[in-house]
Ligand binder design. Sequence first.
Ligand code: NAD
Ligand code: IPM
Ligand code: MN
Length: 350
Amino acid sequence: SSPHRIAVVPGDGIGREVTTAALRVLDAVTAAHGIALQYVSLDWSCERYKREGAMMPADGIDRLRDFDAVFLGAVGAPGVPDHISLWGLLIPVRRAFQQYVNLRPVRLFEGVRSPLRETAEGVDLVVVRENTEGEYSEIGGRIHRGFPQEAAIQEAVFTRTGVSRVVDAAFEIAKRRRNYVTSATKSNGIVHTMPFWDEVVAERAAAHGGVRWDQEHIDALCAKVVLQPGRFDVIVASNLFGDILSDLTAAVTGSIGIAPSANLNPEREFPSMFEPVHGSAPDIAGRGIANPVGAIWSAALMLDHLGHPEVGEQIVAAIAAVFAQTSLRTPDLGGKATTAEFTQALVDRL
Ligand code: NAD
Ligand code: IPM
Ligand code: MN
């Protein structure tokens, strides 16, 4: 069969290091299964911005359009304001390609220590984050800069179509898991958007009979994720709530370095993008100690999306095996292993 064409954007900081690791694992596993991946590496990054004044070329989105997937490390570097790096690359890709489902699974692997005392019940949940609208809208701005009346305004935009489609996706995902959806909300009358979110969720839930569901206020939900993480299956959340929850759920299962994400365009009209949940971590960049698991698991999600779910599963099983059977851990998990050592152990297992 013809090769899958992958646009690889390592980006900045540890994004580059974990991408190298993930490609090593991908190469090992695809070679073994006769799957052909063709990578086109793109140097779109803060370095490029410093050199050429833009994170990506003016026709960057068009250049990505014909790929089967985009594999991203992370963007963001000291000296370049985050709004430049994010609005210059990450956010436009998610929106232009209608990647409205941001899938962020976590799992407490055997052998990995959670910072929580009580996790005997195990943790295996997925945050389904709305990824194109909500609190992250373009509408807003800053006025009267430098004056006492200076103000910043941000409009949150929730559309019926936008909420319905991500909620439908969450229910479909739950049907393939433990049949349980929790909607993250803030409906206690303060925020105008959330009662609307709740209405749409209730309406869509009725169309997915047989799936148990409930809703929790985001503040209380954060507490429950810490106190009883094993209780959750699928959590559907708005863009901002889902962003915050997914670092929390990652930390609860050991480290934000472990968590993967798939930015999916379910209709497959456009390429989907795969990237770890974490950022470019300037505080540890260049030292070779980043946890590569988030990126490697993201690569597994990409294989799943490309029609090779069993190969993706094999990667996750290898991650689980290295955690269960060795004491190799990167420093974020309390160990001394380097990115390369951990990756090598995975490759050996595959
Ligand atoms: P971050 O995720 O980069 O780092 C937060 C903390 O977690 C840091 O202490 C870091 O060392 C640690 N950490 C993160 N990933 C790790 C890994 N794989 N292994 C070990 N430790 C890890 O978040 P931040 O500090 O808020 O942001 C840093 C930069 O990254 C900013 O410029 C931000 O805008 C950007 N960012 C980009 C993305 C993306 O490209 N998708 C996501 C989040 C943040
Ligand atoms: C993430 C990141 C991004 C987000 C930032 C860097 C814009 O935190 O992918 O989780 O909030 O979506
Ligand atoms: Mn985030």
